[in-house]
Write a protein of this length. Structure first.
Ligand SMILES: [Zn+2]
Lengths: 632, 453
C-alpha cells in the first residue's frame, strides 16, 4: 500500500501481556487449562457501578444494555472459591511478583517502593468480581531498537481474565481456568509511526521475557494489544494479536480502515447527509413469499423484518474498509453486539441471498428510499430487531462525524472487528482486601544479583567466545534452542558453528522438506555430536542421520542403515591406491590436476564414513608416490 | 488524616498538603505526579500514596531524599449518590429499610477510590433502580455498627423501630444487617415482636456492594419484594439461595444460621425447610404453616433481654472452672453446646449442679448443628437431665441463647423457664425431624453416584 504514514500522523503504542510460569496470582490454584465440559456451571450477573458523575462509564453502560448473564465453567479440582468470587483473594503470589520485578529491571524500569493492588472495572463478565486486579510494579523503563530508545512507561502485574467459550443472545460462557493466571503487562509509549518497528520492538521484548525462563510459552500465553491513531481519525485499541507476524498487517489494515471511514464521512458531507433517525418500519409483508431462507426462518419463528433508511448512504455501506470487510460489516458488528441478531441485510449487497429484485423494489418503495439512499433490515424477534437497528443507526450517525473510538478484536487474517466502545479512563479503585505490598531494597538487590543474560550480550559473547558469525549468533540467540546449543558445546569437543548451524539451518531445512523434526530429541542430538567429537561420524552425514532419526529410529540404527560405520585408515589407504592404480591413464594425462576427479570417485564410496580432508591428504600423497614411480 | 500517621503525617502537615491535592514526589531518579490518596489502615506510617493519571496507586517511602511539592489544591469530592427522584405510587406497598451499619448500596468515586454509602431513598433508588418498581421506599438509620458489635440493647432499638414503622402503616420492614450475627438478631426480633401482622425481613451481603458482582442488589430487591408483597408475617432472613445470581431463600428467623465464612449462599435453614423463595421479585412459598399477614394489627414490643447469659461449647478436657467463673461473675443463664445428642463430661456435673442450685438455668443444645438433642438414650444424658439440665430440642444453639436471654428478661420461675424453653414460641422448635434437610456435598453425587445418595 502506498500510504505515507508520516503524513497520516500515524501513532502507535502497544501493550504486551505475558503469562508467567507459576500458580495463580491470588490463590494457590494451578494455571491448568481445561478442555472438557465442566462438572459445574455458575450463573451470575454484573451491575455497573456508578462513577462520580452519576453516570455509569460508557463501556460499562454498553455491557449493561446488552444485559447478558454469565455462565462460569468451574472445574473443582483446579479452581477454587477465589475464582468463583466466593472467597476473598489470598495474599499475592510472591514468585509472580519476583518474576514481574525481574522483567521490570531487564526493561530498565524503576520499581515502586510500595505496590498497591487496584480494581480495574471490567463488566463484560470475563472477571467474576466485575474487576480485574492489577498492580503497577515499575515505571519509566526503556529498550533500544535500532539505536533508538523506546519508552516503557509502565510495567504491571495483573490477573488474566476468564476464557470466553460461547456466547448467545442471553448468556456468555466463560471458562474460569485462565482467570487469575499472573500476567505481566508491558506498555510502550505511543511513539511508533510506521507499521514495522512495533513488531521489532515486540520481538525484542518477547526475547527479554523468555530470557527469564519463567514465562509461559505457546499459543495464547503472550498477547499484544495495539493502540493506533491517525490524525483526523480516532484511537483504536486492538486486542489479542497473538502472533508477531500479524502486528504490521493489523496496523496497515487499521490505517486503511480509518482512511476509508474518513472518505465515507467526506462523501456523506458532500452529499449533504444529515443525522439518521430511529424510524423503524415493519416490512415483513414485503418478504411474505421470499426465497431467503434466513428471512423465512425468522418469520416462521414469530419474528418480523424491520427496516431503517440510511439517507444518502447508497454505495457507502458496500464500500470496503478493510480487506474483504465492507462498512456494512461494521454496522453488522454493532447489530450483533447490541441486538444479539445473526446479521443484517443492506441494499448495497442486494439482490442476493435469495432476495429478488422485485422484493428490493418494493422495499425501496415502502421505505420511500431513492437510489441514493441505503436501506438496512433485520429479520428477528421484534425486540432484538429494534435493538439491532438502533445500534446500526448509532453507528451510521458516527460515520457522519468520522471514526469512533473503539476496542476492536484482532482476527486471524489481520483484520479487526468491533468489541465495545473504548473504555473511559480511570475506572480504577483500590482493592481493599489486600494490604499494600512494600518492595524492599533487599528484595530488589537479590533479584538484581541473578538477572539473566540478555539476548544482546549473549550474542556478543557467542561471537567472541565461540567465533560464530554475526548472523548465526543472532539466530541461535533468538532460538528456543539457545540453551541446548550451549549445553552441547560444553559437553562435547565440537565446532560451535557446526552445532549452531545444525540446530538453526540443517533442522530448519529438514522441516521445510516436510521431515517431522519434532522427533529429533535433544538426547538424539547429544548422541550425534558425541560421535562427531570422537571422530566416529563425519559432519557431512548429519542431515541424512537426522532425517532418519526424525522418522522414529535411534541414532545408531540410522548410522547402520546409511552404511556409515567408519572404515579404518588402512582400508582407506587401500581403497585410494586401488583407485589411483586403476586410473593411471588419468593421472598421466592430467598430472596433479587428476586429484579432483579422483576425489569424486573415492568420496562417492566413503562419504559420511570418513573425513574428506583426510581423504584429500592421503590421495595427494598417493598421487605424488605414483608420479615418482612413473618418472624413471 | 485519612489514615496517615507518624512520619508521613508530620511531613504532609509541614507542607500543608491534604488528601486530594495534586502533588509531585521526587526521589532519586524517579518523579511521580498525581493525587495524594488516603492511607489504608493496613499500611505502615512511612509511605505516602499517590494516584497517577493512569489510575494506578503507588506508595512512596519517605526517606531523606524524598522531596514532595504541592502542585495544585484538590477539590473536595461531592458526597453521596446522584439522587433519583421517584414519586410515591399509592398502588405500591410502602417499605421501610432500616440501616444498622454497613452498606446496602454504595457508589465509588474513581477519582479518590472512596466508597460512599447510599443513605437516602433517592440514593438507594439510584443505586438499585429496580426497587422503584417494587415499593415506595423509606429509609431510616437505627444504628451504625459492625454486626459483630451488636448488643441486646441494639436488638431492642431495632425492634422498637420495626414496631413503630409497622404500627404507623408500613406494609413491611427490611432490616439491613451485617451477616455475621444476622441470625442472632433475627431470632431476637422473632421473640420480641408480638402480634406481628406484616413481614419483617433481614438482609445483607456477602460480597460488598462496591463491586459489580455484589450479591447486595439481588438480596435487597428480593427482601423488598418479601416485605412489600408477601403474606409472610414473620421475621425472616432473605439471602442468596445458591452461588448463582438466581433466587433468594426466605429463612425463618429462628431457624437460620450463617454456615459459610464467605459464600453468597452462606445462610441455611437448619433442621427444616425454608419458608419460600424469591425469583425475579416474585415470592413462592414452600410451606403453609407460616403466620399470615393481615391488613390491620398492632405489634407489641417485648424487648426485655437478660444480657448475662453465656453460650458455652463443650469440648474434651473441659473443666468445671469455666462454668464456675460464669456463676462467680453473676451470669443468669447458660446454654451449652454439648457433644452429640446433648452430652457433657462428668467433670462438669459438679458445676452444673451448683448452677441449678443457684437458680441459673442450664440449657443443652448440640454442637452437631443438625439434629435434635436426645438426653434419654445414654446414661450421660439421663444424668444431666437429673441434674436439672433443660434439653433444647432441635433449637439452634444461637437461637436457644437468644431465647434464654429473652425469657430471663421476664420475671419467670425456674419451672416456667424450663417449660417455655421446651415449648415452641416462634418457630424455633420443630415438632418432627424431616429426613430430607441434612445437606450432602454436591461433590459426593459425582464420587459416590447419584443413585446411592
Ligand atoms: Zn483458586
Amino acid at each position: 500500500m502506498g500510504l505515507d504514514y508520516k503524513k497520516l500522523g500515524l501513532k502507535i503504542g502497544f501493550e504486551i501481556h505475558q503469562e508467567l510460569d507459576t500458580h495463580k496470582l491470588f490463590c494457590n490454584c494451578p494455571a491448568t487449562l481445561r478442555e472438557e465440559e465442566p462438572p459445574i456451571k455458575i450463573r451470575r450477573r454484573l451491575r455497573p457501578a456508578q462513577s462520580e458523575l452519576g453516570e455509569v462509564d460508557r463501556a460499562a453502560l454498553a455491557e449493561a444494555i446488552k444485559g447478558k448473564g454469565f455462565n462460569y465453567h468451574v472445574y473443582p479440582d483446579t479452581i477454587c472459591l477465589v475464582e468463583t468470587d466466593e472467597e476473598p483473594p489470598h495474599p499475592i503470589n510472591e514468585e509472580a511478583l519476583n518474576i514481574a520485578l525481574e522483567i521490570a529491571l531487564l526493561l530498565n524500569a524503576k520499581p515502586v517502593d510500595e505496590a498497591h493492588v487496584m480494581r480495574k472495572v471490567v463488566i463484560d463478565g470475563s472477571n467474576t468480581c466485575g474487576f480485574q486486579r492489577t498492580i503497577l510494579i515499575a515505571t519509566d523503563g526503556y529498550i533500544e531498537i535500532d539505536g533508538k530508545k523506546v519508552r516503557i512507561p509502565t510495567v504491571c502485574l495483573e490477573e488474566d481474565a476468564a476464557r470466553k467459550v460461547r456466547e448467545d443472545v442471553s448468556f456468555v460462557d466463560y471458562r474460569l481456568d485462565r482467570l487469575g493466571i499472573p500476567l505481566v503487562e508491558i506498555a510502550t509509549g505511543p511513539e511508533f509511526s510506521d507499521p514495522h518497528t512495533p513488531a521489532k520492538a515486540a520481538l525484542y521484548i518477547g526475547q527479554i521475557l523468555r530470557a527469564t525462563g519463567k514465562v509461559k510459552r505457546g499459543i495464547g500465553t503472550i498477547r499484544q494489544d495495539i493502540n493506533i491513531s491517525v490524525s483526523g481519525g480516532a484511537r483504536q485499541e486492538i486486542k489479542g494479536v497473538q502472533e508477531l507476524a500479524l502486528i504490521s498487517k493489523v496496523i496497515e489494515n487499521e490505517v486503511q480502515r480509518q482512511v476509508a471511514l474518513l472518505e465515507i464521512r467526506d462523501e456523506l458531507k458532500r452529499r449533504g447527509a444529515t443525522t439518521v433517525e430511529k424510524k423503524f418500519i415493519d416490512v415483513t409483508n414485503v418478504f411474505s413469499h421470499t426465497k431467503s431462507r434466513v428471512i423465512q426462518k425468522a418469520i416462521e419463528a414469530g419474528g418480523v423484518v424491520l427496516a431503517v433508511k440510511l439517507s444518502k448512504f447508497a454505495g457507502l455501506v458496500g464500500k470496503e474498509v478493510q480487506p474483504s470487510r465492507r462498512f456494512g460489516a461494521e454496522l453488522a458488528d454493532h447489530a450483533k453486539t447490541y441486538g444479539g441478531v445473526g446479521g443484517i441485510f443492506h441494499t448495497d449487497e442486494l439482490p442476493a441471498h435469495g432476495i429478488s429484485i422485485e422484493e428490493l423494489e418494493r422495499l425501496r418503495e415502502v421505505m420511500g428510499a431513492s437510489p441514493i439512499d441505503a436501506v438496512i433490515f433485520v429479520a428477528d424477534i421484534k425486540d432484538k430487531a429494534e435493538a439491532a437497528l438502533s445500534a446500526v443507526v448509532d453507528r451510521a450517525n458516527q460515520a457522519l462525524i468520522g471514526v469512533p473510538e473503539e476496542t476492536r478484536r484482532a482476527l486471524p487474517d489481520g483484520t479487526t472487528e468491533f468489541m465495545r466502545p473504548l473504555p473511559g479512563a480511570g475506572r480504577m479503585y483500590p482493592e481493599t482486601d489486600i494490604a499494600p505490598i512494600p518492595i524492599t531494597e533487599d528484595r530488589i538487590k537479590t533479584i538484581k544479583s541473578s538477572l539473566p543474560e540478555l539476548p544482546e550480550s549473549k550474542k556478543k559473547r557467542f561471537i567472541d567466545e565461540y567465533r560464530l558469525s554475526e548472523s548465526l549468533a543472532e539466530r541461535i540467540v533468538l532460538s528456543e534452542n539457545v540453551d541446548l546449543f550451549e549445553a552441547l558445546i560444553r559437553k562435547y569437543r565440537v565446532e560451535p558453528a557446526l552445532v549452531a548451524s545444525t540446530l538453526e539451518e540443517t533442522i530448519v531445512n529438514l522441516r521445510r522438506e516436510g521431515v517431522q523434526t519434532v522427533n529429533i530429541t535433544p538426547s538424539a542430538l547429544e548422541e550425534v555430536f558425541e560421535r562427531i567429537s570422537k571422530g566416529a561420524l563425519a559432519k557431512e552425514a548429519i542431515p541424512d542421520v537426522l532425517r532418519l532419526v526424525a522418522s522414529g529410529i535411534s541414532v545408531s540404527s540410522a548410522i547402520k542403515q546409511l552404511g556409515l560405520e567408519r572404515i579404518s585408515k588402512a582400508e582407506l589407504i587401500a581403497l585410494i591406491s586401488e583407485t589411483v592404480r586403476s586410473n593411471l591413464n588419468l593421472v598421466k594425462e592430467r598430472g596433479e590436476a587428476a586429484i579432483k576427479p579422483l576425489m569424486g570417485i573415492i568420496m562417492s564410496k566413503v562419504r559420511g564414513k570418513v573425513n574428506g580432508k583426510l581423504v584429500y591428504e592421503l590421495l595427494e600423497r598417493e598421487l605424488r608416490r605414483a608420479s615418482k614411480v612413473q618418472t624413471p | 488524616m485519612f489514615g496517615y500517621r507518624g512520619k508521613a503525617l508530620r511531613l504532609l502537615k509541614s507542607l500543608e498538603i491534604e488528601v486530594g491535592d495534586r502533588i509531585r514526589v521526587e526521589k532519586g531518579d524517579r518523579t511521580y505526579e498525581g493525587i495524594l490518596m488516603p492511607r489504608s489502615e493496613l499500611g505502615d506510617p512511612n509511605h505516602v500514596v499517590i494516584k497517577l493519571p493512569n489510575g494506578y496507586n503507588l506508595g512512596v517511602k519517605i526517606t531523606k531524599e524524598t522531596k514532595i511539592t504541592k502542585i495544585e489544591k484538590g477539590k473536595l469530592p461531592k458526597l453521596g449518590l446522584p439522587p433519583l427522584e421517584v414519586k410515591r405510587d399509592p398502588a405500591k406497598p410502602d417499605v421501610t429499610i432500616l440501616g444498622t451499619g454497613g452498606t446496602v448500596a454504595c457508589r465509588i468515586d474513581y477519582r479518590t477510590g472512596a466508597v460512599y454509602p447510599a443513605f437516602t431513598p433517592q440514593e438507594i433508588y439510584s443505586a438499585v433502580p429496580e426497587l422503584a418498581g417494587l415499593a415506595n421506599i423509606e429509609v431510616m438509620e437505627v444504628c451504625n455498627v459492625l454486626s459483630e458489635n451488636m448488643t441486646s440493647q441494639l436488638w431492642a432499638r431495632i425492634g422498637r423501630a420495626v414496631a413503630k414503622k409497622l404500627n404507623a402503616g408500613a406494609d413491611g420492614v427490611v432490616v439491613a444487617h451485617g451477616t455475621d450475627t444476622m441470625g442472632y438478631t433475627a431470632a431476637a426480633l422473632s421473640f420480641m415482636l408480638k402480634g406481628l401482622f406484616r413481614p419483617v425481613v433481614l438482609v445483607g451481603s456477602q460480597r460488598s456492594s462496591d463491586r459489580p458482582s455484589s450479591d447486595a442488589a439481588l438480596n435487597l430487591i428480593s427482601a423488598v419484594a418479601v416485605a412489600g408483597k408477601s403474606d409472610i408475617a414473620e421475621v425472616c432472613v432473605v439471602m442468596h439461595g445458591s452461588t448463582d445470581d438466581d433466587f433468594c431463600l426466605i429463612h425463618r428467623g429462628t431457624k437460620v444460621r450463617k454456615c459459610h465464612t464467605s459464600r453468597r449462599d452462606t445462610f441455611q435453614t437448619i433442621n427444616d425447610i425454608p419458608i419460600g423463595m424469591v425469583r425475579n421479585g416474585e415470592v413462592t412459598t414452600f410451606r403453609q404453616d407460616y403466620n399470615r399477614a393481615r391488613p390491620e394489627g398492632k405489634v407489641e414490643l417485648d424487648a426485655k433481654f437478660e444480657p448475662k447469659v453465656a453460650l458455652v461449647k463443650v469440648f474434651p478436657n473441659i473443666k468445671g472452672d469455666i462454668i464456675d467463673s460464669l456463676l462467680d461473675e453473676g451470669y443468669k443463664g447458660i446454654v451449652l453446646e454439648g457433644t452429640g445428642l446433648g452430652h457433657a463430661p462428668r467433670m462438669l456435673y459438679k458445676s452444673i449442679r451448683r448452677a441449678v442450685k443457684l437458680g441459673v438455668p442450664v440449657v443443652m443444645t448440640s454442637q452437631c448443628i443438625w439434629g435434635r438433642v436426645d438426653m434419654k438414650v445414654y446414661s450421660t444424658g439421663r444424668e444431666l437431665l437429673s441434674l436439672g439440665v433443660i434439653p433444647g430440642e432441635d433449637m439452634l444453639p444461637e437461637t436457644a441463647y437468644v431465647k434464654l436471654m429473652w425469657l430471663l428478661g421476664h420475671d419467670l420461675s425456674q419451672e416456667e423457664i424450663s417449660s417455655l424453653m421446651r415449648t415452641n414460641i416462634s418457630g424455633e422448635i420443630s415438632p418432627t425431624s424431616r429426613p430430607d434437610v441434612f445437606p450432602t456435598p454436591p461433590v459426593l453425587r459425582t464420587l459416590v453416584g447419584e443413585s446411592r445418595l
